[in-house]
Design a protein around this ligand. Structure first.
Ligand code: PMP
Ligand code: GLN
Length: 377
């Protein structure tokens, strides 16, 4: 019997395949179509030539762990022990999954906000745990913390948060983190904080990491992705940060799963992160893309919702069609040669607000070609 009976092929695979079949511009799956920084590529090459081609320690290349600990202290004023509190993982998704496996027992409840990144709910269900859904408030996709409070029971084991948010591009603010901290104060709830877009935050807003809040940091797994940060999604490399008692459990799982991750890339990232500006330009670059694309299609029939971070912006197409969003996204790909992702797939109960998710982390020429097609609708 299937352990995930309700789970089919994920939407990213489906829409990317459809984009290829119809030779459509792929603004669906979240990956850049431009080259990553050649400096980092060269650093990998050098690391390989210097012989960093064998296993690094289970939790990661030791100097990289120290570099990440320093970065966390600089950005979030949180001190961690690199020997015990970080593990390098094969991507952010793996970090989230491993965190969940390491804490969940059958029957545990996990609060998840929807719409949400598509891996969370299957990750919960496969552990025999129960997703407890809280809708983000429409249309701003904000969290009503009173609703969260009302869903907490003695079975609540974890809450998954994600900022900047995929698929909506919204972010959590200080008052959100403080509300969360207050709600879980007298509980044993663990936070899984998906922060893979930590360096892609717009309009001079700041990323609010759980690591900035001591009460949260003491009971959180914060999950990150080098793929997202360094325009190298195919690298599938990331890391998890947690206090030692939680990270111990994480490592018990990790050591018999991946055990350790790609060595030359870890060496290269360690060197790359010594440059003070290695991640500081990322928000500016993506904000320019968001603004460029928004300006190009401002006279179209789509209504763009605010995006405050991530690679994504949501577009309301109710001025164009009353079709369900999946049907609309497929037609957009087949007829107008633009692939996007329908927002309803990020809801467990398929709420359909006539919205599609658009990835703007693309070359200007791609965005321009896409805009021409969009303006013809
Ligand atoms: N979380 C979110 C919200 C994401 O958008 C992504 C990127 N697909 C991930 C996690 C996973 O990142 P990675 O590719 O490093 O597994
Ligand atoms: N994170 C990317 C997205 O949301 C892709 C994830 C994937 O392909 N599994 O588009």
């Amino acid at each position: 019997m299937s352990k995930l009976p309700a789970t089919g092929t994920n939407i990213f695979t489906i829409m990317s395949a459809l984009a290829t079949t119809h030779q459509a511009i792929n603004l669906g799956q979240g990956f850049p179509d431009y080259q990553m920084d050649a400096t980092l590529v060269n650093l990998v090459h050098t690391a390989m030539q210097e012989g960093f081609n064998q296993y690094v320690p289970m939790s990661g290349y030791t100097p990289l762990l120290q570099t990440l600990a320093n970065k966390i202290e600089t950005l979030y004023h949180h001190q961690i022990n690199p020997a015990t509190d970080i593990t390098i993982t094969p991507g952010g998704t793996y970090a989230i999954y491993t965190a969940l496996i390491s804490i969940l027992h059958p029957g545990d409840e996990v609060i998840v906000f929807q719409p949400c990144y598509d891996s969370y709910i299957p990750n919960i269900i496969i552990n025999g745990a129960i997703p407890v859904l809280v809708d983000l408030e429409f249309p701003g996709f904000t969290i009503d913390w009173e609703k969260v409070k009302s869903k907490i029971t003695h079975k609540t084991r974890a809450i998954i948060i994600n900022s900047p948010h995929n698929p909506t591009g919204t972010i959590l603010y200080e008052n959100d983190l403080l509300a969360l901290q207050q709600i879980i104060l007298d509980t044993n709830i663990i936070i899984i904080s998906d922060e893979v877009y930590e360096h892609i935050v717009f309009d001079n807003e700041k990323h609010e990491s759980v690591l900035k809040y001591p009460e949260l940091a003491n009971r959180s797994f914060a999950c990150f992705s080098f793929g997202k940060v360094f325009n190298a999604t195919g690298w599938k490399l990331g890391y998890a940060v947690a206090p030692q008692h939680l990270m111990n459990e994480f490592k018990k799982v990790h050591q018999y799963n991946a055990f350790s991750c790609n060595s030359p890339m870890q060496v290269a990232i360690h060197h790359y992160l010594q440059q003070p500006d290695s991640y500081r330009q990322l928000s500016t670059i993506q904000q320019q893309k968001r603004d460029y694309f928004s300006e190009l299609i401002k006279t179209s029939k789509f209504n763009l919702l605010p995006s405050k971070g991530s690679f994504f912006i949501c577009a309301d197409y109710s001025g164009i069609s009353t079709e369900p969003d999946t049907q609309f996204a497929i037609r957009l790909t087949e007829q107008y040669k633009i692939a996007t992702i329908p927002l309803s797939v990020f809801y467990e109960n398929k709420t359909d607000n006539r919205i599609i998710r658009v990835c703007f982390a693309k070359k200007e020429s791609t965005l321009q070609q896409a805009a021409e097609k969009i303006l013809s609708i």
